[in-house]
Design a protein around this ligand. Structure first.
Ligand code: MN
Length: 351
């Protein structure tokens, strides 16, 4: 469905746009739950839910020139696996077997599947999206190259790229492109995971190695917020290299306002250039359950909103990655779509 579904109110043509949204439907290295390749269109679909007027910024999205360039051409699909959790129902039988009559509640429990199947209907177009462009396998490097080309074009044209992932590995070419255009670039990654591995499952460009690639290959002017998962080695590495990060526990303890104030000691939030990457798993799964690798005890929806509102004015690029739409009934994509609206409104309001 590339080229058919566009983000709501992205009515500007490309030349006039200040912001350019594009989708990157790739989840080739996702290790736990695949499905983020379906996120770009799920986010677009969700975007039609909202009013265009943003009361916080007193700004109307309909008045902001932004464009949706569609999806980058990623010839891949390992596909289909996203359904599996929904079809996986059967195991519950066993405890119910003891009570014969218990069979009836077990049948009732079976009906609880229906919402998923209904959701499954909303799912069908996403599956169509998934099957598009099958032409053999695509490596993460090929997907990154496709993103690199898109981001470089948007930045060269003096516009702000907004990527709808796809998996987190696609952030790397976005940061690289941004660094090429803005040498003072500071990078802020919102993520539950350190992503500091040298390689994961034999792949140096895995979604689990994103921050390592950024810090080693692009810039160490890097900060992450919301961290609560990593190996002992990753935590050691963060300490030994002096990587600045704000754990989810620290955000909870000190408050997001404090963390944002702290941030300005490390990054120039007033005149510098930032790249902002939002791995949606920074959120607590209560707010964002449909993720590739959900991790409990995360940030709230409003804490993340505060970060976006504060940093968007200095951001030269933004991405939102790791939503795997099949694992809820649309609320994670809805939240993602709203964050995109808030990013644009905040950035525009500061102009
Ligand atoms: Mn993550």
């Amino acid at each position: 469905m590339g080229g058919e579904l566009f983000f709501a109110d992205a009515d500007s043509n490309y030349p006039d746009a200040d912001f350019v949204i594009f989708g990157a439907p790739f989840d080739g290295t996702s290790s736990f739950r695949k499905g983020s390749r379906l996120a770009p269109d799920a986010i677009r679909e969700a975007s039609y839910n909202f009013e265009t007027y943003n009361p916080y910024f007193d700004i109307d999205l309909a008045d902001i020139p932004f464009h949706d360039a569609g999806n980058v051409d990623i010839p891949f699909h390992d596909a289909g696996d996203v359904d599996i959790p929904f079809h996986d129902a059967g195991d519950r039988d066993i405890p119910f077997y003891d009570a014969g009559d218990g069979y009836i509640p077990f049948h009732d429990a079976g009906n609880a599947d229906i919402p998923f199947h209904d959701a499954g209907d909303g799912y069908i177009p996403l599956h169509d999206a998934g099957d598009r462009g099958i032409s053999g396998n695509c490596t993460v490097e090929q997907a990154q190259a496709a993103v690199d080309e898109m981001v470089t074009r948007i930045l060269s044209d003096g516009k702000i790229p907004i990527m709808l992932g796809g998996e987190h590995s696609l952030t790397v070419p976005c940061v690289r492109g941004s660094k090429n255009h803005f040498n003072d670039l500071g990078v802020v990654v919102l993520d539950a995971h350190f992503d500091l591995r040298q390689e994961y499952e034999g792949e140096v460009n895995s979604h689990a190695c994103v921050s390592r690639r950024i810090i080693e290959d692009i810039t160490d002017n890097y900060i992450s917020i919301g961290i609560r998962s990593g190996t002992r080695d990753e935590y050691s590495l963060a300490r030994s290299r002096g990587i600045t990060y704000y754990s989810a526990d620290l955000v909870e303890e000190k408050g997001i306002t404090h963390v944002l104030a702290e941030l300005s000691r490390h990054l120039d939030l007033d005149t510098g250039h930032l790249y902002l990457s939002l791995d949606m798993d920074v959120l607590d799964p209560a707010y964002a359950p449909a993720l590739g690798t959900p991790e409990p005890f995360g940030l709230t929806d409003r804490q993340v909103l505060s970060v976006i509102r504060r940093l968007a004015p200095r951001s030269v690029g933004f991405d939102l990655v790791e939503i795997a739409p099949g694992f809820d009934s649309g609320n994670t994509a809805l939240l993602g779509a709203k964050y995109v609206c808030e990013f644009i409104a905040s950035a525009q309001a500061s102009r």
